[in-house]
Design a protein around this ligand. Structure first.
Ligand code: FAD
Length: 318
C-alpha cells in the first residue's frame, strides 16, 4: 500500500487532536507515515502508533522553535524525498496552510486547502471542500505531483488503530532560507482552562443577544458546566464583548463539535459556515422566526437570561 505523509502538530511531544484526525483520514488512502519535528518529537511515537502510524520520522533541531515555518518545510521536503508518498496531509491551521503552500511550491505539486473529507480513488485522493460559506460542496483531485492537502480540524473522528510505529530519523539539511525569519519573542495567551475552540467536543457560543461583555459570564458558566469551549458570533466580537480568537464563522474559526449551543445568535449564513457541520446543534433564541432554528436539532424559544442559568444549574446538579 502507498505511504501517506502526515505532518504532526504537537506541543513538546503531546500530539494535538487534529494530527490524530489526519491519521484516520490517511488510513483511507494508504499507510500513514507521521513526520514529527522539534522538541519532544520522539515522544509522539507511542500515541501516533496507537492511531495507525506505520512509521514515525522524527527530527529535532533548535531551528524549528527559533525560526518561522521554513525549517519545517525543509524537513517535509526531505520526508517527501525519503518516502515518495502518495499524498502529504497537513492540518488547516494558519501555520499548517503556510507550510503546505510552501511545500507544494517547492516540490512542484498541486495543493488543496481546507478539505473536510478525503476518499481514495484510482487516480489519487479526492478531497471534499465546503465553499462559498458552505453553500456548495466541491470535490477535487490534485493532478500534478504529490498531492498536498490541508484538512480542517474536526473533519474526521479520531480512531485508534494500533500499527507498527517504527521510529526513524529523518535526514534534514536546512536551506539558506530556513534562518531567514527569526522569532524574537513569544507571549503565551492567558489560559482560560477551557479547551481550544477548534478541538473542543462541546462549544457554547454567544451572540448579539447576550447584550454585553459582562453577560458573557453566563455563557462561560454554561460552558464550564459542560467542559466546553466558548465561541462568539461576529456581532459579539465586533462589539468588543469577546476576543476575535473565539469568533465562529466564515471570517472566524470553523468548529465541528459533538454539541454546539448557540445562545442569542440569529444564524446568519456567515455564522453557519463555521458551525453547521456540528453533530448536534441547540439554539436558544427569543425569536421563533430566527433562521438558526432552520438548522438546529433542538431549539429553545426563550430569553437566554432565563434559559441559560437554568440549564447551567441543571447540568451542575447532575
Ligand atoms: P444578530 O443577527 O443581531 O442576532 C441576535 C439574535 O439574538 C437575534 O436572533 C435575537 O432574536 C436574539 N436575541 C436577542 N436577545 C435575546 C435574548 N435575550 N435571549 C435569546 N435570544 C435573544 N458572523 C459570524 O458570526 N461569524 C463570521 O465569521 C462572520 N463573517 C462574516 C463575513 C462577512 C464577509 C460578512 C458580510 C458578515 C460576516 N458575519 C459573520 C456577520 C453575519 O452576517 C451576522 O451579522 C452575524 O453573524 C450576526 O451575529 P448575531 O447572530 O450574534 O447577531
Amino acid at each position: 500500500m502507498a505511504e501517506v505523509l502526515v505532518y504532526v502538530d504537537h506541543v513538546g511531544g503531546v500530539v494535538r487532536k487534529p494530527a490524530l484526525e489526519l491519521l484516520t483520514l490517511a488510513r483511507r488512502i494508504g499507510d500513514p507515515v507521521a513526520v514529527a519535528l522539534g522538541e519532544g518529537a520522539a515522544d509522539t511515537a507511542g500515541t501516533l502508533a496507537e492511531h495507525g502510524a506505520v512509521k514515525i520520522l522524527t527530527h529535532d533541531a533548535a531551528e524549528y522553535a527559533e525560526y518561522l515555518v521554513v525549517p519545517k518545510v525543509d524537513a517535509l521536503q526531505a520526508a517527501v524525498e525519503q518516502v515518495s508518498p502518495a499524498a502529504v496531509l497537513v492540518s488547516s491551521s494558519a501555520e499548517g496552510k503556510e507550510i503546505a503552500a510552501r511545500l507544494a511550491l517547492r516540490i512542484g505539486s498541486g495543493i488543496i486547502t481546507d478539505a473536510v473529507d478525503l476518499q481514495a480513488s484510482d487516480e489519487g485522493p479526492v478531497a471534499t471542500q465546503s465553499v462559498f460559506a458552505a453553500s456548495y460542496t466541491t470535490t477535487s483531485r490534485v493532478t500534478k505531483g504529490v498531492p498536498v492537502i490541508t484538512v480542517k480540524p474536526n473533519s474526521a473522528a479520531v480512531e485508534q488503530a494500533p500499527a507498527a510505529g517504527a521510529v526513524e530519523a529523518l535526514n534534514v539539511t536546512f536551506s539558506e532560507q530556513a534562518t531567514g525569519t527569526k522569532i524574537t519573542s513569544r507571549t503565551p495567551r492567558e489560559s482560560t482552562g477551557r479547551p481550544e475552540l477548534t478541538e473542543a467536543a462541546i462549544v457554547v457560543s454567544g451572540g448579539r443577544g447576550v447584550g454585553g461583555a459582562e453577560n458573557f459570564a453566563l455563557i462561560e458558566s454554561l460552558a464550564d458546566s459542560l467542559g466546553a469551549a466558548v465561541g462568539a458570533s461576529r456581532a459579539a466580537v465586533d462589539a468588543g464583548w469577546y476576543p476575535h480568537t473565539q469568533q465562529v464563522g466564515q471570517t472566524g474559526k470553523t468548529v465541528s463539535p459533538q454539541l454546539y449551543i448557540a445562545a442569542g445568535i440569529s444564524g446568519a449564513i456567515q455564522h453557519r459556515a463555521g458551525m453547521q457541520t456540528s453533530k448536534t446543534i441547540v439554539a436558544i433564541n427569543k425569536d421563533p422566526e430566527a433562521p438558526i432554528f432552520d438548522l438546529v436539532d433542538y431549539g429553545v424559544v426563550g430569553d437566554l437570561f432565563e434559559v441559560v442559568p437554568q440549564l447551567t444549574e441543571e447540568i451542575k446538579a447532575r
